[in-house]
Design a protein around this ligand. Structure first.
Ligand SMILES: [Zn+2]
Length: 288
């Protein structure tokens, strides 16, 4: 009886986790920017001892409207960051043992082949399951690894049905993911954090502030979770992207099976429109 209940719970969590990742910012609150300003990168730099009380949140780069229409600056201003969430929930180990693949090496290969700088938001649990891949992704300067929590549990009480991380455990959950990356030997780890499901509130921003991370949300939902409709994912991304956009997609084959196929269409189409794909770190650095 206990086992069957636990299985049901695990199933519910997987669905909730991925739907949460790709469903937009429904439960996210708009926080006021922390003292470090909207980028907050300095929080992990030389001024690390002056960490803000609230974790700063970055959703997209702000591009002046005139820049969007200015043909002369078009090529340099039209940047977009494609981000890929490598989801694996803390209690999905048994499913991986049974053969379910939470990784997507073909997608990573395609990003290399198409030379697309990308940010991968990885859970600590994923890095533990696929340490070689975590290391390889981190060794490639084309990529940077952001933190997507250790457990992929919700950082608010109401986050697409995800079990909630207790407030007192939030900071430890973030740190545990960084430790998992380190143990896998992953380099190019950046001080960015993506809340599971994009769910956060002021209490969560305060709880993880000592980690010195910037929370990275998104303005374009790729919609690749639990769909086999490649054309819809392609259309949704191409219609949603504007200069400075952050797009959320997934690097989890079993639950986002058409992402690689979609990328093969999205990347050339964006380039055709004059977009340059950059990592989140470059999008944050861009002077606007
Ligand atoms: Zn996720």
């Amino acid at each position: 009886m206990i086992i069957s209940v636990r299985r049901l719970t695990a199933l519910a969590v997987l669905s909730a986790a991925l739907v949460g990742c790709g469903s937009g910012q429904g439960t996210a609150e708009k926080p006021s920017p922390g003292p470090a300003g909207p980028s907050g990168v300095a929080a992990a730099g030389p001024h690390a001892e002056k960490k803000p009380a609230l974790t700063p949140v970055f959703t997209r780069a702000e591009v002046p409207e005139e820049a969007e229409d200015d043909e002369e600056t078009e090529d340099t201003e039209k940047t977009v960051a494609l981000t890929f969430d490598a989801d694996m929930t803390a209690d999905q180990g048994q499913r991986a043992v049974r053969g379910e693949r939470f990784d997507n090496p073909t997608l990573i290969e395609t990003l290399r082949e198409l030379k697309v700088p990308s940010t991968v938001f990885m859970t600590g649990r994923w890095a533990e399951e696929y340490p070689e891949q975590a290391k390889e992704i981190g060794a490639d300067p084309l990529f940077e690894i952001g933190n997507h929590s250790y457990s992929h549990y919700g950082f608010t009480g109401d986050c697409y049905g995800l079990p909630a991380v207790k407030r007192g455990r939030m900071l430890a959950d973030v740190k545990r993911a960084f430790t998992a990356f380190e143990r896998a030997g992953a380099r190019h780890v950046v001080p960015y954090f993506r809340f599971p499901g994009g769910c956060y509130d002021q209490a969560a921003l305060r709880a993880i502030a000592p980690a010195g991370v910037t929370a990275v949300q998104w303005d374009v939902v790729g919609g690749d979770a639990f769909t086999t409709d490649t054309d819809r994912v392609v259309a949704q991304v191409l219609e949603g992207v504007t200069p400075g956009s952050v797009v959320v997609l997934h690097c989890t084959r079993s639950a986002a099976p058409v992402t690689e196929e979609a990328i093969r269409q999205i990347v050339p189409a964006l380039r055709e429109e004059g977009y340059r794909m950059v990592k989140v770190s470059e999008l944050m650095k861009k002077p606007h």
